[in-house]
Ligand binder design. Structure first.
Ligand SMILES: Nc1nc2c(ncn2[C@@H]2O[C@H](COP(=O)(O)OP(=O)(O)OP(=O)(O)O)[C@@H](O)[C@H]2O)c(=O)[nH]1
Length: 935
């Protein structure tokens, strides 16, 4: 298409083609302003708290979804050519197509985003995501969920004061993943970002583990975690939260987000637009609604009557049946479920609207008697529902305010009495609603009653300027001074809502103005009615009657309202979805980016940790084996050594006990037996003492052994080695005096005379005679009891036959005496030997040496075994601990690997969806339209 195409917009067209204008020619400029106004409307249609619609690029164009009726009311003198109408109809269809395309694209994006969020939930359950906390600046206004009305600002400042004044709360130890958060291991980007930030931020206390930079936290809009706790700053609360708590908060947030996305999907799929008509009691709301419908549907009365919300819908939505569905309190309306409402005929409406005791609202299905191009309800493009609200008074003010905030309310029409102006309730309502919906459609009704119309306009506009500056700015388009009762309406159904301005019965054709028109015909000197406040706006033709003027004004209002509703629809339905999607996907991207980096950091950290852990683990295993061997050897060597030492020492002690100076004095032959007993005791003591000495040595060796085990422990376990107090005195507590009981031998006479030994000894001793020898021999025989005769014979042999007779008697005596004396004198020498020999024999029989050596070495072994076992346990524990650490680290490594991949993909996916959402152009002309019109 070229610029000379027959559909080219007439007149100088800026960004707004003229053929788009609905209504009189005089409104095109206003319409253009409305577009500009919509550009700036950041609150209207916003469905979420704080949800901002970035409409800076908004401009009116072909893309705008608007009703282009075949017989659009036009200003006098404007061409209403068929081609114009066709073009408008065509444009309307194209716009609808474009709207549908956008709606489908957004619907698909919503599904994908919800699915992505669900997957994030699953991931978050396995790998608790790191979450940037909201580190709110101290200004009270930054508190998003707290009323921004100045009066309430102190709420937040109190919290901050708490934070400043209160002592810093004790923060728990960081969770395990501490080292991996960007707060500590910032990625290059995050670092650059941190550097770019103010020094104040840099001076902030060390970011807590799971926090990322505050800047990132600020970026979050939808998935922001809001926490409130008295006296604690947000960040401090999150600081103190364990990672699973953060994860469950995020999970909760995701749930909310998914819920909201589904609500948005429902909303964009909903083809209807709801217009809430509210205002003071008796302002003429019902009359206004009836005028819009050109039919007397709602009861009008001079006294307050509407006390429930009455929603007027097109009859097609109820299968073509005109009726009223009254919804009792506590029921959620569902048209297909008759148990949720009660059905009444239209004529019963009068009774229903006042019955607020039983019903909360009602749905009125009516047939709009006007044609599709004139009808507001049945306009061929969008299903509009008109909601007549109860007059604002103390009871319903709150309810209406809540109602007005509902997402499905696209437009609020405020009806104010021209005579009464704004009441306190009205002001309060507008002030509150202005936060949600920046623009409001104002209908100043009952204008016919006003004589000084200029003054009235000025006063009302002044009030509007104060109450809703945005609306005031566009007052020419949004503020209308009309007389609703001047509009001819079709009569009420039989016995239906009575009173008011029932028309002649020919719908939309009769302009008789009704019975109760208070106006008299205008006089020439009367102020002209018409658009207010527009400099240079042409005065109304004076020749025409007031009725016609009032109808023109109302027509103008209708055109503006239709524009407002239809144009708003695209923004109020699609824009919140787009904005929310952009926000949530932006958040997802940020969250994913942060977590991808965290996962990467974590992966790097654990990989590094594993690299370091591997040799430590191997070393620990080796140490365990080595120390095990060393300890075993230590025990073996020590106990063997102790065994040998004991054995040798005790053996030699036994052998030498006879020679040892036992300190027992020989009291003489008469105390020989005592001497023998004492000797025995002394010998036993000597041997016992030797054993004790061995035990002492064994104790020393054990102490050495224990300390060498300790050094092994310290060497291999370091700090983890648990030192044990070794109390060596507890060793060898028993069996030390057992020997005396075990050894049991009697001293015999023969023990006193060790002849064999004496013989040996006398040869060595000088001066001993043969007689001694003889005496010894004889004596020994005699004493030995072998027989004295043998001894005598032997002596004969020795002495010789010749001397025998001479020597026999004295010699024998002497010899015997000498021998006995000698033997007796040898008792101190003989007895110890004999006793020691006997002792030795008995000890040998008792296996004394071996059993003591075994006992002592066993005790040593036992004493060493305890610390050795402890050391082994410690080493084993250390190995197991390292093994566990390794297992854990490998697990974290695998999880981080998975998380890194997942979040990497999430970054990509969320960006992809976001790009697609971004491409959904709610602002510019549809590409098809642009092409068709050569734009
Ligand atoms: N003169 C004049 N009277 C009007 C106009 N609009 C409505 N009225 C009358 O004002 C009275 C109240 O009108 P309603 O439409 O019932 O007012 P309402 O705001 O719906 O009242 P409630 O729903 O009870 O709050 C009726 O008697 C109407 O006929 C108007 O533009 N001019």
């Amino acid at each position: 298409m070229t610029s000379n195409n027959p559909f080219a917009p007439p007149g100088p067209s800026g960004r707004q083609p003229q053929y788009m204008t609905v209504g009189s020619g005089s409104t095109s400029e206003s319409a253009a302003r409305l577009q500009a106004m919509l550009d700036e409307d950041s609150g209207y249609g916003g469905s979420m708290d704080g949800e901002a619609i970035d409409s800076s690029a908004w401009h009116a164009g072909l893309s705008q979804d608007r009703f282009t009726p075949e017989h659009t009311p036009v200003a006098p003198g404007e061409s209403n050519a068929a081609s114009e109408n066709e073009r408008r109809a065509l444009a309307s269809h194209v716009h609808q197509l474009f709207y549908n395309q956008n709606r489908t694209a957004l619907g698909r994006a919503i599904n994908q985003t919800a699915e992505t969020l669900r997957k994030l939930q699953e991931m978050n359950a396995k790998w608790p995501a790191h979450y940037p906390t909201v580190q709110r600046p101290p200004e009270p206004e930054r508190q998003p969920k707290i009323d921004v009305r100045p009066g309430l600002a102190h709420t937040q400042s109190t919290m901050d004061n708490h934070r400043e004044k209160g002592k810093a709360p004790v923060r728990p130890q960081p969770p395990k993943r501490a080292g991996t958060s960007l707060g500590e291991h910032q990625s290059a980007d995050a670092e650059a970002e941190a550097e770019a930030s103010s020094s104040a931020v840099a001076k902030q206390p060390e970011p807590a583990p799971r926090l990322v930079t505050p800047q990132l936290a600020q970026d979050f809009s939808v998935l922001k975690i809001e926490l409130k706790m008295d006296g604690l700053a947000q960040s401090e609360i999150v600081h103190s939260l364990e990672k699973h708590s953060v994860a469950s908060l995020l999970d909760n947030q995701i749930n909310n987000s998914i819920r909201h996305l589904l609500a948005l999907r429902e909303r964009i799929e909903d083809t209807s637009s709801k217009v809430l008509v509210t205002g003071d009691l008796n302002a003429g709301k019902s009359t206004f609604c009836n005028a819009l419908l050109r039919r007397k549907v709602l009861p009008e009365d001079q006294q307050p009557c509407t006390s429930i919300f009455c929603e007027v819908l097109d009859v097609r939505e109820n299968g073509g049946i005109e009726e009223v569905h009254a919804i009792p309190h506590g029921y959620k309306y569902s048209r297909n479920d008759e148990s949720t409402y009660r059905v009444f005929a239209l004529k019963q409406l009068e009774d229903i609207v006042i019955d607020s005791d039983h019903y909360s609202q009602c749905k009125i299905y009516i047939k709009d008697i006007r044609s599709v191009d004139q009808s507001l309800l049945n306009n061929g493009v969008v299903d509009i529902a008109l909601i007549d609200a109860p007059g604002l008074n103390n009871d319903s003010l709150k309810t209406t305010a809540v109602f007005a905030r509902q997402e499905e309310i696209d437009v609020v029409v405020f009806v104010v009495s021209a005579a009464n102006h704004f009441t306190l309730s009205a002001k309060e309502f507008i002030f509150n609603a202005a936060r949600e919906k920046a623009y409001m459609f104002m209908v100043v009704n009952g204008y016919d009653n006003i004589r000084d119309k200029n003054r009235c306009q000025q006063m009302i506009l002044k009030q509007i300027a104060h109450l809703s500056p945005a609306t005031f700015k566009e007052s020419s388009e949004l503020v209308h001074f009309v007389s609703s009762n001047a509009i001819p309406v079709a009569p009420a159904p039989d016995n239906g809502p009575g009173g008011g301005s029932g028309g002649s019965g020919s719908a939309g054709a009769s302009f008789d103005g009704g019975d109760d028109k208070p106006d008299k015909p205008p006089s020439d000197d009367e102020e002209p009615t018409g658009k207010h406040g527009e400099p240079g706006s042409p005065p109304k033709k004076k020749g025409k009657g007031k009725e016609k003027e009032a109808q023109d004004d109302f027509n103008e209002l209708e055109a503006s309202l239709r524009r407002f509703v239809l144009e708003k629809r695209a923004r109020s339905k699609l824009a919140p979805a787009k904005t929310y999607l952009m926000n949530v996907l932006g958040d997802l991207g940020t969250l994913a980016g942060v977590n991808r980096d965290v996962a990467q950091n974590e992966l790097d950290r654990v990989t590094d940790e594993l690299r370091q852990l591997e040799p430590v683990f191997e070393k620990s295993k080796k140490a365990r084996t080595e120390a095990d061997d060393q300890v075993a050897n230590n025990i073996e060597d020590t106990s063997n050594e102790v065994y040998q030492l004991t054995r040798n020492t005790v053996n030699s002690s036994i052998v030498q006990v006879a020679e040892a100076d036992l300190g027992v004095d020989y009291p003489g032959v008469f105390g020989a037996y005592n001497y023998a007993d004492n000797l025995k005791v002394a010998m036993l003591n000597q041997i016992t003492e030797t054993v004790r000495w061995c035990e002492e040595r064994a104790r020393e060796k054990t102490v050495n052994g224990v300390s060498s085990i300790k050094s092994l422990g310290l060497l291999h376990l370091g700090d983890q080695y648990v030192d044990l107090t070794f109390r060596s005195e507890k060793m060898f507590r028993s069996r030390r005096d057992a020997l005396a009981r075990q050894v049991d031998f009697e001293t015999e006479v023969s023990d006193f005379f060790d002849f064999a030994n004496i013989w040996e000894r006398q040869e060595k001793v000088a001066g001993t005679s043969m007689a001694v020898t003889v005496a010894g021999v004889v004596g020994s025989r005699m004493i030995g009891g072998v027989g004295w005769l043998d001894g005598a014979l032997t002596a004969t042999k020795v002495v010789g036959t010749n001397n025998i007779r001479r020597l026999i008697i004295p010699g024998l005596l002497t010899a015997a005496m000498l021998g006995v004396a000698y033997a007796v004198s040898q008792i101190p020498h003989s007895l110890p030997r004999r006793l020691s020999a006997k002792l030795s024999a008995q000890l040998a029989q008792l296996d004394y040496t071996h059993s003591n050596a075994t006992r002592i070495s066993a005790e040593v072994r036992r004493a060493l075994k305890f610390p050795a076992d402890k050391l082994r346990e410690g080493l084993q524990r250390s190995v197991e601990h390292l093994q566990e650490q390794k297992r854990e680290t490998v697990k974290v490594q695998q999880e981080s690997e998975v998380a890194r991949k997942y979040f990497g993909n999430l970054v990509r996916d969320s960006n992809d969806i976001r790009t697609r959402v971004q491409r959904v152009d709610l602002e510019g002309p549809a590409p098809g339209v642009a092409a068709a019109y050569g734009m």
